[in-house]
Design a protein around this ligand. Structure first.
Ligand code: HXC
Length: 519
């Protein structure tokens, strides 16, 4: 072969490699409404920015006649490129090659880009579409998974890790995405489970479809495994790009500052009226969020899971900020096991990546009852308490209405090192709600009434007295637990000013190997 032939050979090899498992399997992938690994990467990255690595890697398996069936790249496309000009490392499993199943060499390719991402302090995005361990390879694929898991663990809190599930992700394979920061699933074609429907049927007798066992609705709404559910892959990759725009490249950097044309002192009169006079009436906390952030843009995380608490990213004067907010519109904004876990993980993510946290409080307390106690509300509630208390990023808390009992403490109160704690004049900060408090304080007197009307009148009188005394922000403000009572319409400005004053904040937790958060 002369040199020109060698170049031509290279070009031919590249063309062949790009076909993965071949045209027939690509057509079958498209027929399922799925894109190929390379199409996905092209859509995700800035145009023309992708540099592929390890295109010539092939498997080394000699079992079951596999030595006669080799595909260049071996079922995963890996490399780096840019998103909005910033470098990211990517891997996308190629379902057209042995169903994207994980071989020893595929694991090595994935580990290589993860190592490069760590060395260079860049995010890793993994696109999963795989039948799990490559069955013909036996234990080497198990070792390969564990190599990936270990890297996921060491990278946690150092570089952002995002997993898109655009096909099957089953068995132990689910644990790599589960170890990453954000998991995204598409409405169709995407499923995750530890054991599939057939095994479930044989072991427990339960008859359940793939969709009902581990589809996007299940994980985005019920289990909380997925942070984002998207209609299709295109929406998915656009959302990954959007989420990354709020994140720094690594834990030693800040998120990019975006130029802000939304006036920082914009007054919003509607906020003066948003809290209903009747404390039992709900309102939509998302309206408050959209009103105060830059350009009404809010990227919600876990939108369908534990809807009594809202978490997500927005900007204030161009600065990326994590928002945690009770949602009075759903279960009255009560804290339960799922809401506590959801918010705790988000707070820890923000703290790990230097993203300031705004907390909007309207919480009647923890959800009472045996269901929650048996499910471990004590431990789960402690997670959120721990996360807020441990966080050293700038923390601003605004109490809009209710802030009762233990939930008051948990929701980034002053003594959990809240930097600026403001309240609206509609705030009610107290040990417990009036009705419950009076039942305890006046129980004997209330029991002595024979006439129900007289009892009701007495109760109403005492509730009113309690509310006058405690259902306001001023007792907390008198102790300095609330730094100021602010006019609701001025909230945006006060938040921006507060975060500006915290730009140089430096707090260091005591030296330790790691904390022991109540898992
Ligand atoms: C090798 C595999 C494979 C696998 C699929 N293929 N899974 N090859 N190892 N695990 C191959 C198929 O033989 C087929 O090859 C091609 O990929 C496409 O698969 P189909 O079955 O035709 O596709 P589809 O109908 O879409 O079904 C997809 C699927 C199914 C649901 C994922 O393939 C499936 O159930 N696969 C096995 C899943 C599984 O049990 N995996 C092991 C789990 S244990 P051809 O040549 O026809 O194109 C595990 C342990 C991990 O993963 C532990 C980590 C700690």
């Amino acid at each position: 072969m002369n040199n020109q032939d060698k170049v031509k050979n290279l070009i031919d090899l590249r063309v062949k490699a790009k076909l993965g498992g071949g045209e027939k399997r690509i057509a079958s992938q498209h027929a399922k409404g799925k894109l190929t690994a390379r199409e996905r990467i092209d859509m995700l990255l800035d145009e023309g920015s992708f540099e592929e690595l390890d295109m010539f890697v092939t498997h080394r398996c000699y079992n079951f006649g596999l030595e006669k069936e080799k595909y260049m790249g071996d079922g995963v496309v890996t490399g780096h490129g840019t998103i909005d000009g910033r470098t990211v490392y990517v891997f996308a499993q190629d379902f057209t090659v042995f169903g994207g199943s994980l071989s020893e060499t595929m694991a090595q390719k994935i580990c290589k880009v993860m190592d490069m991402a760590m060395k260079n302090g860049c995010p890793v995005i993994g696109i999963n579409d795989s039948g799990g361990a490559r069955i013909q390879e036996g234990v080497t694929s198990l070792a390969g998974y564990a190599e990936i898991f270990e890297r996921n663990i060491l990278a946690s809190g150092v570089i952002p890790q995002i997993s898109a599930i655009f096909g099957p992700c089953a068995g132990g394979a689910v644990y790599s995405p589960a170890l990453t920061d954000f998991v995204m699933m598409t409405e169709e074609n995407s499923y995750m489970f530890v054991t599939g429907p057939k095994v479930v049927k044989s072991v427990t007798g339960e008859d359940i479809s793939t969709e009902d066992l581990g589809g996007a609705d299940v994980h985005a709404g019920k289990s909380g495994v997925a942070h984002f559910k998207v209609e299709n892959e295109e929406e998915g990759v656009l959302l990954i790009r959007k989420v990354l725009s709020y994140l720094p490249q690594n834990n030693l950097e800040d998120a990019p500052l975006v130029e802000c044309s939304d006036p920082i002192d914009r007054l919003e009169d509607s906020l003066n009226e948003i809290v209903p006079d009747n404390p039992n009436h709900p309102y939509d906390m998302k309206k408050v969020i959209h009103t105060i952030v830059d350009d009404e843009e809010f990227v919600e995380v876990h939108r369908n899971y534990a809807r009594n608490i809202i978490v997500g990213f927005a900007r204030f004067n161009g600065v990326s900020t994590g928002i945690v907010a009770n949602q009075p519109n759903f279960l009255a904004g009560v804290l339960d096991c799922d809401a506590s876990r959801k918010a705790a993980r988000f707070v820890r993510f923000c703290d790990a990546f230097n993203i300031p946290i705004l907390t909007l409080v309207d919480v009647p307390g923890f959800l009472p009852g045996s269901g929650q106690e048996y499910a471990g509300i004590i431990t789960h509630g402690a997670k959120l308490l721990f996360a807020f208390g441990e966080a050293t990023v700038p923390k601003v808390t605004i109490t809009l209405r209710k802030s009762y009992g233990g939930a008051h403490d948990v929701m980034s109160c002053k003594q959990l090192r809240g930097d600026f704690n403001y309240a609206w004049p509609t705030a009610e900060i107290a040990v417990m709600g009036a009705a419950g408090a009076i039942e305890v304080l006046e129980g004997r007197t209330l029991a002595s009434f024979n006439d129900p009307q007289e009892r009701a009148n007495y109760l109403a009188e005492k509730v009113a007295e309690y509310n006058d005394t405690f259902a306001n922000p001023y007792q907390a403000a008198a102790y300095g637990y609330i730094d100021d009572v602010i006019e609701p319409r001025n909230t945006r400005f006060r938040i921006i000013r507060a975060f500006q004053a915290l730009q140089t904040k430096k707090v260091v937790n005591p030296m330790k190997k790691h904390s022991n958060i109540p898992l």
